[in-house]
Design a protein around this ligand. Sequence first.
Ligand SMILES: [Zn+2]
Length: 131
Amino acid sequence: MSRKEALVQLSSVLVNRREAIRAALKGDLSALRELTLATGDLADVALDSAHEAVTSQMAEVESRELSKIDDAIERIKDGSYGICEGCNKPIPLARLQALPYATLCIKCQISLEESGLDDWSELSGDAYDSV
Ligand SMILES: [Zn+2]
């Protein structure tokens, strides 16, 4: 299978996953999203909802994954999918197959984790706040 074919396959994995999460979260996701957008900081939301049920925390994790999947689908559309945001090199297929919405290669992911930041955009200075 060529890389291109594999990426097409991954895009359908992403779309299916997105539908599954949307279905699972139907009902409480909209409120969750509004909250996330309002504060712009998922960590704050997590603190605010610490007293809430475990299901709510699960929804939050799923919601976070959903936004990563949405981003990945956008990157597929604009052709930047599968390219590391850190070093601009192709992310190995094995990594994409394990984590279809990965935006960093393993090397950059490790340097990000070592930096103590959650998101590459904080390191590169890109504004991610609008998402
Ligand atoms: Zn990289």
